[in-house]
Ligand binder design. Structure first.
Ligand code: S3P
Length: 172
């Protein structure tokens, strides 16, 4: 049986915060559909995110991201994991606050770096100084993520299920 959520639970936060893994676990626990904006963008373009950035550039990716997020939010209620930059756009924040509850998965920079440093799937970190790039994004974005309705701290050592339970607790 699927839960009838009144609003979509929208996970926001930096790359490496665990939005996808925790989002899937939250959706499983709530028996609600799991939605993932990055995965939907890749499906629609039939390309990976790095390929989209490389071929069409970040501004094009952001347009697609906006379209997909509004479509997903209008389509059905569930748990939506967004890409790390999605919440930066005022238009996205507007539709998210209308149709959903924004939950910031708040992880500190050390933990984020530990999780992303060996992965090559993030175009914004494919630069000579990826830690510098992550640090800049972190400092720019934290004040915006802090506008989310709820914030859940992601600590090292917490399992995905424990994080998911924290999210569900915060929603009560
Ligand atoms: C981005 C984060 C990525 C993806 C794209 C841009 C960002 O998603 O949307 O590479 O701007 O932080 P994750 O947060 O799932 O890594």
């Amino acid at each position: 049986m699927q839960a009838r959520l009144k609003k979509t639970v929208v996970l926001v936060g930096m790359m490496g915060a665990g939005k996808t893994a925790v989002g899937k676990a939250v959706a499983g626990m709530l028996h609600a559909p799991f939605l993932d904006s990055d995965a939907e963008i890749e499906k629609a373009a039939n390309m990976t995110i790095p390929e989209i950035f490389e071929r069409d550039g970040e501004p094009f990716f952001r347009i697609k991201e906006r379209q997909i997020i509004s479509r997903l939010l209008e389509r059905e209620k569930g748990v939506l994991s967004t890409g790390g930059g999605a919440y930066m756009a005022a238009e996205n924040r507007e539709i998210i606050s209308k149709e959903g509850v924004a939950v910031w998965l708040n992880a500190d920079l050390d933990l984020l770096w530990h999780r992303v440093r060996h992965k090559d799937t993030r175009p914004l970190l494919r630069v000579p100084d990826p830690l510098g790039a992550l640090t800049r994004l972190y400092n720019e974005r934290v004040p915006i993520y802090a506008k989310a309705d709820l914030s859940v701290v992601s600590e090292p050592g917490l399992s995905i299920d424990e994080m998911a339970k924290r999210v569900i607790e915060a929603l009560k």
